[in-house]
Design a protein around this ligand. Structure first.
Ligand SMILES: [Zn+2]
Length: 381
């Protein structure tokens, strides 16, 4: 059993609400877990010592919303949007066509590349959804590929109705045969509850079937307009309602009085040139907020949690500490995880050493690569 003392931490953001920030700190790793945190002067002895020379340390980011199994490219669609065309969600079908044509190896290589891109930027836990297959075989293989990369896999057969089926028969397929084929590879079930995708009744039917099959629920809700998504998420005890851009006062109240996390995805608003969600309103109402990338080829092709933190601070009314908390602790809550997202005794030793004296630099120095080192399960990458 080897212990490692990470010493010389100028500022340690633990993510642990009981002791969130420690100046002049140290941290001990034992067997891949955090064994101790505190002031450097009180640090116990350890077998090895790493001196980070005054840098800041934060927990590894928890990106609780990403679509990484896909093929193809939608640069042209982005270009058109930036020339004034609106985002409707219809471009998903372009990615579906490319994904169906790709080999398993192509899809797996591409998804692994994105996971590694995330890891290099400090993301040590990522959720991966299906949703670009939309057939029984293609959804199942997307999830099989995802299970090779993360424990947090989500069945999103209800991403959009494929071009060759009517909505009702597709909902029956998703809640029936497709769910049965996908459930062994999925921890979560998700649905895109939005005008042009799935309505309230369809969303409810799919999520209820997923819950019955033993999956946890999460919902793409209220991204493009107000709708029933957030209330359904709260009613069904979903771990997270994602997007939450257009909320009524009733939606905010429902979130505040539930265990459902509001996961905000500012990369999507950035990339679709849309109004940002009002994080301030949610936090002030007592809602637990998470930040995630929504990494996908259509509406948010970023893998950078630091970018999302910067957007949240600049555009969504969050303070730097609230944004970093949402990107770590909040993401873990959105996945119902207590072993990641914070650096407290017993948690996985996933931590990021920043080339900065404080986590505030993530927002203060936007676009600058600040990740100096990443430890994943106590191992230095
Ligand atoms: Zn999404």
């Amino acid at each position: 059993m080897t212990t490692t003392l990470i010493d010389g931490i100028g500022s340690l953001y633990t993510g642990d609400p009981e002791r969130e920030e420690i100046a002049d700190a140290a941290l001990v790793v034992e067997d891949g877990l955090v064994a101790w945190t505190g002031h450097a002067t009180d640090a116990p002895d350890a077998d090895e010592r790493v001196d980070v020379q005054g840098r800041a340390v934060i927990p590894g980011f928890v990106d609780s919303h990403a679509h990484l199994v896909f093929a193809g490219d939608r640069t042209a669609e982005f270009q058109a949007r930036m020339s004034g065309q609106p985002y409707t969600g219809g471009g998903i079908r372009t990615t579906v066509a490319a994904t169906r044509q790709a080999s398993d190896a192509e899809l797996a290589t591409r998804a692994l590349g994105l996971v590694n891109e995330m890891l290099a930027q400090g993301t040590t836990t990522v959720e991966i959804k299906s949703g670009y297959g939309l057939s029984v075989a293609d959804e199942r293989r997307s999830l099989e590929i995802a299970t090779g990369l993360t424990d947090e896999t989500t069945f999103l057969g209800a991403h959009v109705v494929p071009a060759d089926l009517d909505a009702d028969s597709y909902v029956r397929l998703v809640a029936g045969e497709m769910l049965e084929a996908c459930a062994p590879y999925a921890k979560w079930v998700d649905a895109f509850c939005e005008r042009g995708a799935f309505d309230g009744d369809q969303t409810r039917e799919i999520l209820a079937a997923g819950l019955k099959a033993g999956l946890g629920a999460r919902v793409h809700a209220n991204q493009l307009g107000e709708g029933p998504g957030v209330r359904i998420a709260c009613e069904l005890g979903a771990a997270s309602a994602d997007h939450c851009t257009h909320l009524t006062p009733g939606d905010v109240e429902a979130l505040a009085s539930s265990d459902t996390v509001a996961t905000l995805l500012p990369g999507a608003e950035f990339s679709t040139r849309s109004p940002y969600p009002d994080a301030r309103r949610l936090i002030d109402a007592g809602v637990t907020v998470a930040l995630a990338t929504d990494c996908n080829p259509g509406s948010s092709f970023t893998s950078s949690m630091a970018f999302c933190v910067a957007l949240a601070v600049r555009e969504m009314g969050m303070t730097p500490v609230e944004a970093v908390r949402a990107a770590t602790y909040g993401g873990a809550r959105a996945l119902r995880r207590t072993d990641v997202g914070w650096l407290r005794r017993g948690a996985r030793a996933d931590l990021v050493v920043l080339d900065a004296p404080s986590y505030v630099h993530l927002a203060y120095r936007p676009g600058v690569p600040l990740v100096h080192q990443v430890f994943h399960g106590g191992l230095l990458l």
